[in-house]
Design a protein around this ligand. Sequence first.
Ligand code: OSB
Ligand code: MG
Length: 367
Amino acid sequence: MTIERIEMALLKLPYVRFFETSFGRKYDRTFIIVRVYEDGVCGFGEVVAEEAPLYGGETTEGAWHVLRTFLIPMVFKEKIAGPEDFYLKARRFRGNLMAKAGLELAFWDLKAKKAGVPLKTLYGGVREEIEAGVSCGIEDSLPDLAARVGTYLEEGYRRVKIKIKPGWDLAACAAVREKYPDILLQVDANGAYSLADMETLKKLDAFNLLLVEQPFPPYDLWDHSKLQKEMRTPLCLDESILSLDTARAAVEMGSCRIINIKVGRVGGAVEMRKIHDYCREHGVPVWCGGMLESGIGRAHNLHIATLPNFKLPHDLSASRRYYKEDLIDPFIELSGPGTIRVPDGPGIGVHPVEERIRRATLKSEVF
Ligand code: OSB
Ligand code: MG
């Protein structure tokens, strides 16, 4: 491969509705779209870093700096031949996993488009349809939360995740369970608790949850292992799992029984597959998390979720759950009750609409 051109754009898109987590309430998302060109074919990637370093340590402006100063010059100087080659050569730079993933994913899309196959074929995906799920933010009141869950169920979702934080946990679960005793339900704390909250967290066992996601901060693998021993409900790690090595440490320590894989968080699809394969060999199911991506990042996630050990419903919802004007044509929709059909065209299989990208662009740069 000889890459002719790389483009980066910083975009801002308003959410259809605010999204509140234990980090706070957000009304829009700022993110980077990366385009890689070869022989007139364009591969698209999305960098999932957010404006503020709350979920992880990276930021959009930091990722922009790392891409333009280190990763993109490396691609041209070292004649990067494809995604695996990029992965190996980019390892000399520490961290900055979201920046690396955005560019690596553009290489994957390009490679699949040039081969004329859907991206899932390169990954070894095994299904045409994936199990959708919806992530439900913190609301102003418990009745608002129950109503919001009801709306998503009417739209066809079968699995609901609710965000929790100290003071919005047991009562939130009770409010949802009272109205919907049988739905597939799970919770996500985004690291808002500590061992001092053990007694509250243990009470989550009463709500028949699929899993409890990331109760403690990212680096507290050991404390997660102590909590898991005390709980019947499986713990699932998100922020803590940054690589195959952290996944292996978490599984060996008993810090979780399920892993949420986000391709951006782990630095790209090569590392994603290593984690996937390790978990498969050790009987640890995984599922695909989301970062409220645009249709470009979400299409990438759909292909990833076709791998065999992606066994629980994902944080993958229809375009209209996130953005009024998603960047892609056609929009991603539920294809049946609680499922999404994976696009079967070449690469990610969806068409980013140039005009919509341009309208949302804050700045761009061509290399
Ligand atoms: O922790 O899973 C998370 C969104 C932004 C940052 C972190 C998380 C989330 C979500 C949304 O829960 C999942 C989605 O994209 O639907
Ligand atoms: Mg999470």
